[in-house]
Write a protein that binds this ligand. Structure first.
Ligand code: ADP
Ligand code: MG
Length: 693
């Protein structure tokens, strides 16, 4: 076993139990332990005069016990008053022992560390850490900041401090663990310390490092590690890209006749941006190597038809296409669109979701296996082992942010038996900030549809408090009288789908009472696909005026006559998600409105975020702001997929590093290729290192 992989139990004093507890923190190896950094620090390097304390200060003090008392008032507590000549402060203990009471007798000198707060009458420290010292001169502050580590049940700060110290010593003897894979020239260029130095500083900072800088993440040691970690993620995906391009893929040249036929069946002209992106896709698909392309475009920019065009290339060349969508609703909608677009072609379009079972499912699986179906739409169900293709030539993944890299790779395995890899087209739901795309999609080439189809008017967005509900209801009445349609989106309870559906049901009932003439229906994730389908169809055909929905309608749903959307509790959602929801309106030529109806009081951050949405319809700008305000997990919706989990890096704090990652990774591939694998191994979880792709 290489020293890098030495388990924590290699260290003395770490038994089975401690190892188990560490594992809960994701720590298995000594290297993991070393990368388990303090999340904050305590400053015991300085003695504060008691007279200088203010509420909220966490400080080390030294004082002599003046008196001690047990207060029976309220919750019984032990009070010990100490003084150092500059002032006095009370130490308060709600839990205490007789021996403790005895030890704290008057005239005893104490060194105390805790946060000072306002108590009943004066400043006090509740359950402080303290030590009894023989005299004042023995109050010696630490010479370093004290690290405070993230813990798990059963582990104490002291245990972790001790084993980290031991681990650092062990690394001193096994130098290869902390081999610095970042070449000196790069360290110099960015003024980064060496790996060992950085690690040492972060665990046991010396006097030169200020606690503020550490707390803000503004120290070269931390920046260096964050940089290395981001680089590792980027390198990993770049490597996927490099290796994937070596595979053989079927060439899918465009056939002029088929393309013309397809374009003639469309009810519109492609925008210039769509044409440009299609040309990029065509160039990829002509190659005998797999296309790996991400299409970015704002809501409503027309990504679906670009996907259909790509599908056309595959089926004309005699290959099958799998299109995967994140929700059934969206898969069904794509299915209907594709059925219409490909009606005049010799191919069969099918839908496969988890809900389709039994005989119907068998028939579809058979048609995919024998190649009689050219295009299949589906949800996660497409990943299942029982799904076998005859000649899969193209995978399209819509609304990519819901799926992780792992899922993307899994679907690719589906055509392995042909010896050829399918081409891959990935489409995002909402624009992704450039820097993030560079990190998370560095295995893909990126195309951007930066233009909306002509004639779209911007959606007018207002931010209003829920107290104005009656005005909103009046507005719905007027709107419906103009034969336009309305969405009412309930976002109330994000945590539970069941509760969210119940809330939507309740809202639908209340609205039905206040709007007796309006035809109202409800749609939510708990309904059967056939029921959802029926409701959607009725709404599309204007047999309904108002659709009360949960966020299931978030992606893709397309009903141009619906031009008014009310979003309840928008403060609960991320900007990108709201932008996506809002994108359900503004799909036709007429005016459209979005009312963000918040629950008071609104936090400053929420007010700011809703303001951004009110002022802008530009998905790229909104995504950038969302990244600044909420962080990448929320922007990408990657919480669920478990991607982009960093040990050290924080994309909001360290976002500035992304600019340089690309350049540095170029240098790695050309000049230090041997360093790529060890860097990935250091930073990435085992399952996400794609060296064998
Ligand atoms: P998104 O990029 O959000 O997935 P869609 O593909 O659903 O957008 O397209 C939004 C709407 O715009 C659809 O009704 C689609 O038919 C229409 N559309 C797409 N391209 C054009 C175009 N070039 N001109 C007019 N309408 C278009
Ligand atoms: Mg779409």
């Amino acid at each position: 076993m290489s020293p890098q992989n030495s388990p924590v139990t290699t260290l003395t004093g770490i038994g089975f139990q401690t190892a188990n507890r560490l594992e809960k923190l994701g720590i298995r190896t000594i290297q993991d332990l070393i990368l388990h950094l303090p999340h904050r620090y305590e400053d015991r390097t300085r003695l504060y005069p008691i007279g200088s304390l203010t509420a909220g200060m966490t400080a080390l003090i030294c004082g002599k016990v003046e008196f001690i008392d047990i207060l029976p008032r309220g919750r019984k507590s032990l009070i010990c008053r100490i003084s150092d000549g500059t002032g006095t402060i009370s130490l308060r203990f709600f839990h205490f022992t007789a021996s403790q009471q005895h030890a704290l007798k008057p005239d005893t000198w104490l060194m105390v560390f805790a946060e000072a707060r306002y108590g009943f009458s004066d400043l006090e420290m509740v359950h402080p850490e303290y030590t009894v010292i023989a005299n004042r001169n023995l109050a010696i502050p630490d010479n370093r900041l004290t690290p405070v580590y993230p813990l798990t049940e059963g582990l104490t700060q002291n245990t972790v401090r001790k084993i980290v110290k031991q681990a650092l010593n062990w690394c001193g003897q096994n130098e290869s663990v902390l081999t610095d894979w970042i070449p000196p020239a790069i360290l110099q260029q960015y003024h980064y310390p060496s790996l060992t130095e950085a690690i040492q500083t972060l665990h046991f900072p010396d006097e030169s490092v200020s606690i503020e800088a550490l707390q803000n993440g503004n120290v070269p040691a931390l920046k260096r590690l964050a940089f290395e970690e981001l680089l590792a993620h980027h390198l990993n995906l770049r490597r996927v890209k490099a290796k994937a391009k070596v595979w053989q893929a079927p060439a899918l040249p465009a056939s002029k006749r088929e393309v013309e036929h397809f374009l003639n069946t469309l009810a519109f002209q492609l925008t210039n941006a769509q044409r440009r992106v299609i040309a990029e896709i065509e160039a990829d698909c002509r190659q005998h190597h797999p296309m790996m392309r991400l299409v970015q475009g704002d809501v409503g920019s027309g990504k679906t038809v670009v996907a259909a065009y790509t599908a056309l290339l595959a089926i004309t060349a005699g290959y099958q296409v799998a299109l995967m969508a994140p929700t059934e609703l969206l898969a069904e909608q794509h299915y209907r669109n594709f059925c219409a677009w490909f009606a005049g072609f010799q191919t069969q379009v099918m839908l496969l979701t988890g809900q389709i079972k039994g005989k119907a499912r068998e028939t579809i699986l058979q048609a995919l296996a024998d190649g009689s179906t050219g295009i299949v739409m589906g949800t996660h169900a497409l990943f299942q082992e029982s799904v076998v293709f005859d000649k899969l030539g193209l995978i399209i993944i819509d609304e990519q942010h819901r799926f992780g890299v792992n899922q993307r790779l899994a679907l690719r395995e589906k055509s392995q038996h042909t010896g050829l890899r399918p081409h891959q087209l990935v489409m995002t739901a909402t624009p992704i900030p450039r820097t993030l795309a560079m990190l998370q999609y560095s295995d893909l080439d990126i195309s951007v549809i930066d233009e909306l189809p002509p004639g779209r008017k911007p959606i007018v967005t207002s931010v209003i408090p829920a107290e104005r509900r009656t005005d909103v209801i009046d507005r719905i009445n007027h709107w419906v009288a103009k034969t336009r349609q309305v969405y009412w989106v309930c976002t109330l309870i994000e945590e539970s789908e069941t509760l969210q559906c119940q809330a939507a049901e309740k809202t639908a009932e209340l609205l039905a009472q206040s709007l007796p003439k309006v035809r109202i229906a409800l749609i939510h994730g708990r309904m059967k696909p056939s029921e959802k389908e029926a409701v959607m169809q009725a709404f599309k055909q204007h047999q309904l005026d108002l659709l009360v929905a949960t966020t299931v309608i978030e992606v893709g749903v397309d009903v141009p006559n619906a031009g008014l959307m009310i979003i309840e509790n928008p403060e609960r959602l991320g900007l990108s998600q709201l932008h996506q929801l809002r994108g359900r309106v503004g799909r036709g030529k007429d005016d459209s409105y979005c009312l963000l109806m918040y629950q008071s009081p609104l936090s400053d951050n929420a007010r700011q975020r809703l303001g951004i949405l009110r002022d802008s319809n530009d998905g790229f700008l909104i995504a950038e702001k969302d990244l600044q305000l909420r962080g990448p997990g929320d922007v990408m919706g990657t919480r669920q997929t478990g991607q982009m989990q960093f040990k050290v890096a924080d994309l909001v704090r360290d976002g500035d590093l992304l600019e340089t990652i690309q350049q540095v990774s170029d240098i790695f591939f050309t000049e230090h290729p041997h360093a790529v694998q060890p860097i990935c191994e250091r930073w990435l979880a085992e399952g996400s290192i794609y060296s064998e792709v």
